[in-house]
Design a protein around this ligand. Structure first.
Ligand code: TXA
Ligand code: MG
Length: 320
């Protein structure tokens, strides 16, 4: 029997009972549990096989709720919250004592966001507690953008996926931390650098582990298909280089004619980086299910969400 359901009341009952429920957001599906339930939070780490040093994002119902979980809000954080919440922005701020250490991996900051999905907003408004929710995939695998992706990963581990359709954005939230009250991007994501800078001025990006050892979880290899995947500037050349193999191609916008390709996926026929971002994980899930020898993924223009897609492709193709 399928674990996919639209029944919000059932999700509420399970979450009240220390169980996990996968929830839809505009970015990717999350594996959610009550932040105050040790049983639920341990189950999140176990189910995902996620190391305990990697902290979780706390999902809250509205801006007013922020003061219940963080002890200090810099002016620029307030501006960003007012502009982009609900939405694909996560902010890392000093935590209040009520936030359990297991959520933050012992750090004195907590990552918070208000997701922009009607089903999950209704769920959060009904519950008496916020939800911790990492992406609903096993550690290092591709994040899920449909209820069916989550079911395929976790049908034997959890009781319910709350169905909210396909995720509109399709890439995780952008994570912003603060140093001396100035915003710093820890993870590129569904909110663009350009959109953030339009509100708070110039922002630095410390998106790589070596730039920011304080952002655990920024592992080089991440979001990876099981099929060997390489990043390409020149698809035709890379197809020649892998002659004789079963090749899948993830093209940005062009139709590529070659008998050597077993499967071709185009992320956006009109060359729209936003559309490409929203199709990325879905396409990687599809290609990964075909048992190919190699996936050749084309690098996108380095603007707007193209930057975030390139970041994910680099992690998907990294060897370590
Ligand atoms: O779009 C999203 O953000 C999705 C949906 C479900 O909301 N969630 C998500 O969670 O991507 P997860 O756990 O896959 O990624 C959370 C990232 C990790 O890289 C973690 O290290 C970082 O947030 N993080 C969490 N708390 C932090 C903190 N206090 N300081 C620095 N980084 C933190
Ligand atoms: Mg994740």
């Amino acid at each position: 029997m399928s674990i996919i359901s639209k029944d919000i009341a059932k999700a509420v009952a399970l979450l009240n009972n220390n169980e996990l429920v996968a929830i839809p957001t505009e970015t990717v599906y999350g594996l959610a549990g009550n932040i105050y339930s040790e049983t639920a939070i341990k189950a999140i780490f176990n189910t995902k096989q996620r190391p305990l040093f990697n902290p979780l994002i706390v999902h809250i119902p509205n801006i007013e709720y922020l003061e219940n979980v963080v002890s200090y809000i810099p002016e620029k954080a307030r501006l960003l919250a007012e502009q982009f919440w609900p939405g694909p922005l996560t902010m890392v701020l000093p935590k209040k004592d009520v936030i359990p250490d297991i959520i933050t991996a012992g750090k004195d900051t907590v990552a918070v966001r208000i997701p922009n999905h009607p089903v999950t907003l209704e769920l959060l408004k009904t519950l008496d507690f916020p939800l911790a929710a990492p992406s609903a995939n096993p550690f290092n695998r591709i994040s899920p953008t449909t209820a069916q992706h989550v079911e395929a990963y976790f049908k034997n581990n959890i009781k319910m996926v709350l169905d909210g359709g396909s995720c509109r954005k399709g890439i995780e939230s952008t994570i912003v931390g603060f140093e001396n009250n100035e915003p710093i991007i820890y993870r590129l994501g569904s909110l663009t650098l350009e959109d953030i800078e339009a509100i708070v001025g110039s922002v630095s990006v410390k998106n790589k582990k070596e730039q920011n050892p304080n952002a655990p979880g920024m592992l080089l290899k991440h979001y990876a298909p099981r099929t060997k995947t390489i990043l390409s500037n020149d698809i035709s050349q890379d197809i020649k280089n892998h002659k004789g193999k079963r090749i899948g191609v993830l093209s940005f916008k062009s139709k590529i004619k070659s008998d050597a390709i077993s499967s071709l996926t185009i992320l956006s026929k009109t060359g729209d980086v936003n559309e490409a971002a929203s199709n990325l994980y879905y396409s990687l899930h599809q290609l990964d299910s075909l048992h190919l020898d190699i996936i050749i993924a084309e690098i996108l223009p380095d603007i707007g969400l193209g930057k975030s897609v390139n970041d994910r492709l680099q992690r998907a193709t990294s060897l370590k």
